[in-house]
Design a protein around this ligand. Sequence first.
Ligand code: HEM
Length: 502
Amino acid sequence: MLYWILLLISIVAVYLIVNPLITMIRLKIKFGNAVYCKYLPIFGIIQVYRKSFKLTGNVHQWIVDIVIKHPEVKFVVANSINKPIIVIIDSEYYKHIYQDHHLVTKHDQSGIKDFLLSGGLLFTEGPKWKQQRNLLGDHFLFQKLKARIPMINLVTKEKINEMANVEKVFEFICSITGEVVIRSFFGEEAEGWKINGKEAQIELGSILASFIKLRVTNFFVYFKQKLLGVKSWQYCTKKEKEIMDRVIKLKKDIIEVIFKRRDKIKQQGHKQEGGDFLDLYLKIFMEQNVYSSDRIETDEIVSQFITLFLAGTDTTGALVANSLLLISENKQYLQELRNEVKNVIGNGDITSENINQLVFIESFLKEVLRLKPSVVYPIARKAKSNIQIKDLYIKKGTILLLGNFLANISTQNYDNPLEFNPRRWLQQKTIKQDNGFINIPFAAGPRNCIGQHMAMIEARIILAHIVRNYDIIRNSQVPKAQWPARGTQTYLPDNAVHLVKI
Ligand code: HEM
């Protein structure tokens, strides 16, 4: 008996160890120096991240070093336990995945999809995704978004008035970006909205943070969720149940707001112009055929709101927070940013007429997104079937990471790629040979970021108000900012930068 158990264990161990090696060897033989293999038996890429963070304070430094030292590398191949992961760095290859998005499926490694986001735009696929994208697409274009500019100014100024000094910059900015998404979705119903006794955006952010913390710190929960996926919530631990109860309450509160608006529309009719996302959804919801196969249910509206909140809050928050860190470390730019704000908007607000004149602020934000993108990798992709991209053969089920952030710091594409230089975006030709897929912090192709214009409008407004109102000070007690593993890339500790009212 013992013999058979040992034999079984040996077979499983050999499979776990050998399986990713097969892909690595196959690619190495075919591509030679253009492939870099990073193999760690069993633990794989998670351990590589951990080690990188421990040694350099940045989880992504290991792969940045590879790209800088070996510009000829097109693919890095690593392993996640027994599965090979291909990080595609050459834009000529990953562009096909962005363009032909139906070749792959989004592979959620964090468990967040099953937990909160399954019916929202970030994860839906096929006809449902198309329906949602068509429905929301127009409303994220500049022409429609410009109606929200006064609200974004207002929210930013309200928050700035409340805070003389800011110690936790990321949290502060997210309180603005979160409120902007909530008001864009729910309009006036959202003012003063409390969930579980807390401001709505604080409670939403806190639920998400509790979920991630539990998954990262509790191995039992981690493996249970990995193994059972959505079913794992049927076997909740006490801590998971606490979080789940908060989610149930959150969804109930959202549904209440939706029904309140529905009743209002029944009495007063739909708004003709300038409505929010809820108006948009309810118009279709109330007029649709009950029997139609692409019917929109209340649950979908709830998921869409949570999706837009999660996709739009921390990402834009990280962009502004990282900008403030880079300003505090490159103080020569602060006066230049202030001068532009003074010349373009004086003491007034940003409007749809003057926002595009904030050219230096825009270049600054673009450079921050190039060097410290809020989204380092888009959600991992999994090949739906065997795929051939140029000379690269990808087996069904292989996990792919689209490494455009690495193409964006390669010497093949930029002069002095690691230098922080916002002015590079004011030149005629910034990227050496641009195929349109190198500087894509909002991804590219049909599934690119639907909120990219909204993010850039918000970031310009928030940054302009902040440089006008605060001094931006690097905390000397924190010699080096660190870049941990997070859904969105921003620094730790929170107090590495301070804002002090002027
Ligand atoms: C600096 C801010 C932002 C960055 C860097 C960013 C980046 C991205 C990226 C890289 C993707 C592609 C994800 C993937 O393919 O796996 C994406 C998708 C998406 N983003 Fe953003 N985003 C930002 C702000 C926003 C905002 C403000 C919203 C909305 C309020 C938003 C909503 C979405 C949605 C719904 C998707 C999924 C689109 C689809 O699959 O059709 N994002 N974003």
